[in-house]
Design a protein around this ligand. Sequence first.
Ligand code: SF4
Length: 332
Amino acid sequence: MRPFDYRAPQDAGSAVAAVAARPDARFLGGGTNLVDHLRLGVAEPGLLVDVTGLLPAGIDDDGGGLRIGAGVANADLAADDRVRRRYPMLARALLSGASGQLRNMATTGGNPLQRTRCLYFQDVTTPCNKRSPGSGCSAIGGATRQHAILGASEHCIATHPSDMAVALTALDAQVEVLGPQGERTVPFGELHRLPGDTPERDTVLEHGELITAIVLPELPIAARSDYRKVRDRASYAFALVSVAAALQVTDSTITDARIAFGGVAHRPWRAHRAEQVLRGATPSDDTFRAAADAELADAHPQDGFDGGNAFKIPLLTRTLTGTLRDLARQEA
Ligand code: SF4
């Protein structure tokens, strides 16, 4: 591991100033992803600025919604009664991620910023445009089982690993950010990027910007919602595909829907086309499959020596159909 300087400022503003002043500085929160990267040599910061204890660690009512401090542990957020009742997809997404020990350490602000678990990204002996821009993408034509079928580029086909971020995308959350230029708010659905020709950038955050809170809007539809994750092991594994969905049915008609997919793109994938198909339709397996077909019309599976990832299209179609079928029954 490369030696680095360490600082523990007294407040978030000082932490932002310290990181902004050095291009090789990074924030250190729960450390559940960054410490792995330090050990692997994936990240080699010259300075770590510890924000543990500096960020809000409460969950506060905010109008009809909730303001979640960036310092709230994933385990505490998943256990919050208001989250479980009003946004069950978020509680279930959190509980489907990582392990109990990791959820105790991982934070609300850090979870969405975790980096891809692409095997080649984490193996510093292989070319990877995300880790080392311009070096190439070892995943293309390599092992692609975990990789993207939507929104990929010729430079990167990685997927985003966070379950929590998929639910926050479906819920139209907002991200509060403190940076060198002051505060700003970013819609959660615009936080993460597609890879394009700059896959080294995961998000729209600038160097020195720090997430301070995530705000959930008042969203009655979210009380009937679910998160369903399909993976190679029953626990402690990343999604092959996942679905965050909320459905509102009135008089046998779908009046509203919120859907996002995980495990299929460089960012959590908001399924606007699927939502459009669902609104005004009669709930049925045919409707739900048509919604999946609409969203996946532009999917491009990857070949790979491990068999590739074309299986994700039927798997995601079945996962979405089953999730919506169960939500529609809850409404009946
Ligand atoms: Fe790197 Fe992205 Fe290619 Fe993985 S898919 S090797 S992260 S460039």
